[in-house]
Every structure is written in C-alpha cells, then in structure tokens.
Design a protein around this ligand. Sequence first.
Ligand code: ATP
Ligand code: MG
Length: 422
Amino acid sequence: WPPHVEEVLGTLEAAGFQAFVVGGGVRDRLLERPCHDYDVATDARPAQVAALFERTIPTGIRHGTVTVLPASASGLPVEVTTFRVEDGYSDGRHPDRVRFTNRIEADLARRDFTVNAMAMDTAGRLVDPFGGAQDLVRRRIRAVGEAAERFAEDGLRILRGLRFAAELGFTLDPATQAAMERETHRLGRISLERIGQELARIARAGWGPVADALARGPYLHQLPPPWPNLYPGFARLAGLPAHLAAWPRAVRRSAPWSEEERQAASLAVWAFAAGCPPETAAALARAVRWPVRIGRLATRALAAMADDPAGFSPVQWRFALWREHPPALAIACRLLDWWERPDGPCPRMASYKSYAAQQPLRHIGDLAVDGRTLLALGLQGPAIGQVRERLVEAILRGDVANDPAELMPLARRWAAEAEEAQ
Ligand code: ATP
Ligand code: MG
C-alpha cells in the first residue's frame, strides 16, 4: 500500500485493532489499476480512531467514518470506517440504522458487488467471502448475496453496477443483470446529482456493451424525467475525459456564489454538456423538485451561453449586463471558460467581473433623470418611459454619463421632438 495508507493500517494494528483496506482499493490493486482513494475498515470505534491520530475529521461519526488527515505533507487523507452492518433502507437509498460489528466479513456483506467486497491487510492477507477475486478473473460484476434484495435496498447500486462494468470493461453476471432490469423502478428515488455522476462516468468510460444495454434496456424509462431525454446527449461526454467530474470543483472555486447559483450552475452544466436546449434546465429542476427560480436561472444561463460573451465589445458587455440577469451571465461565463480549458484561466469571467464593476447603470431606478423631471418637460404617459429607455441606451452605448447635466439636453431634445410629432 502507499505509505500514507500503510501508516494508518500500522497505527491501528499497533493499538491492537484489526485494519484492512477495503472495496475499490483492493479491487484496483488486484487489477493493477491506479487507485487514488483508499478506504480503511477497522473494528476500532470512531472515537478510538480519532484518539489514535493527530488530525482527524469526524466525517460521518454516526455511520462510523473518520477521515484521517496525513501526518506528512506528501500524504493524502484516508477514510477509516468502523466495521458495520446496515438495515432498514426505507427510502430506497440509505440505511435507516447502522450497527457496529467486530467481524470484517459482516462488513463486507453489506457492500454492493463481489469485486468491491474484499479486504486486505498490511501483510497482504485477502478476505474474500463472496468470491470477488474469481469474479475479477472472470471479469464479471455480480451482486453480493440476493441481487434483487440489494437493489431494492439501494437503487443507486443499479447504476453503480452498470458503471463498474463500463469502467472495468466487465460483463454483468446474468442473474445480477436480470435483477437490475427488474428493479429499475428504484431509480426514481435517486437524486439528480448521483444519477448524473454515474451516467457521466458510464458515458466517459466509452460506448461499449454497457452503454448499449443502458440505451436499449428498461433503465432509462425509469429515471425521473428529464433524464430519458437527456441521455442520448451523454454520448457527447464520452470524448471529454474527466471533464464533467471536475465541474463541481470549478463551481466551488467560483466563490462567492450563493447556494442557489451553485445549484443552477450544476443544472446548466448537464444540459449544456448533453447539448440540450435551455428549457431542459427548468425540466431538470422540476424533476428534482428544486425551486422554480433555480431552473429559471439555469435556463437563463444556458441562453446567455448561446451568444458567447468571449467576443463582446465593451458596448455589448454593457447591454448584456443590462438585459440579462447578471448572475446568469456569470454562470454562463464560468461554464464556457471551464468548458474550453478546465484548468486554464477564465477570460470571460475576468471580463464579466471587470465590466460588472464598471457598469454605469444597474436598475432603471438609478437613472439620474427621474419621471417627474421629464413630466416637467411636457412629456406624458408612455413617452416618459420611452425617453428613459433611450437615455439608458445612450448611457450603455457610452455616448453620455449617467449625469443630469449630460442627460437633460438629450431629454429636452426628445421632448421637443415628441411635441412636434403630435
Ligand atoms: P470508485 O472509487 O472507483 O468509484 P469504489 O469501489 O472505491 O470505486 P466508492 O464509491 O468509493 O467505490 O465506495 C467504496 C466502497 O464502499 C465500494 O467498493 C463498496 O464496497 C462500498 N459501497 C459504496 N457505495 C455503496 C453502495 N451504494 N452500496 C453498497 N456498497 C457500497
Ligand atoms: Mg473509491
């Protein structure tokens, strides 16, 4: 194991506890695939784990998970979870109760697939009660225990199974596949984000038999709308390695976005990546019962992306900031920058910030000439509004400043013209 993992295992063992690498770390090691996130399982209780290490985060104390932060600068955090068994699952996704146990085998039994249900200690001793190693050799995804039951407990496992098959290039064990197809109605209870993450990983893994099965099988019809319509567009994601997975990080870096803006951005990115029309974002918001205004913000962001701000002149920027909802424009800029260069600079966002800061006028109420002044010039009714709009345009074009001394001559001229016209 890498040194930072060995250190965690060694510390737990030295204190008299059992300690194993579990799940993906074991699977990937046996497959000689790179692995970047290691999970450790132990019979030490969360408080005991926390007491053994200098720096820890109580990630999910109730579920038994403590994140151990590295002692050395070169290390990485490791999640240490107390052996546990689960039951309940009344929401079709999460266990109602978890109980700690002292037996690694009991912990492995709650895991989804045999290839993910193996444990290995520092000495390299493998604990494999469900035949995971053999399934690795046969390149097969098979549920631990009674497949239909496992998918009924947690519907997300259906998509995880397809995703592992796609990523590892494995086939689905026939009984497991049959259960997946029978239990597809469970997908309706899974959150948008989790579905999106799995679908994106399947799409990214390429269009093998799994993508085919997904496209032709019963799965998609069971996803909450609008996923079935969105899905064909996911083919476009296959050529964008790691792209979509990095988006949440990009959003986080775009502080200080509000939670609402973050949610809207995450809707927009899916619809954009899948090449869907802007209204899809509103449908996505409805599907997950997010507030309507989030869907609307995402839709506006997608619409703003259609005319790429990258080529805007200063005048175009000022008009865009006036006409479009600025947060929607900001999301559009960030998303397009990221799309072009995920880790590169953000030229659109930089322009957005600088033009937003210099915007001469944000609201009609900020106009330096008010309605009463125009009324005094002899203007009436709708003409007042029209003149104010023309003044705004003159300011945005850069012809005049938002200053009565510059605006009044224009207003007087237009008032005189209006009178003549009557
Ligand atoms: P990867 O990190 O490549 O997605 P992984 O196997 O490490 O693969 P994780 O989601 O990191 O997957 O989960 C770690 C382990 O936890 C899995 O290997 C599996 O044993 C268990 N696990 C995770 N999610 C579930 C689930 N929904 N149901 C049952 N077991 C799960
Ligand atoms: Mg993992």
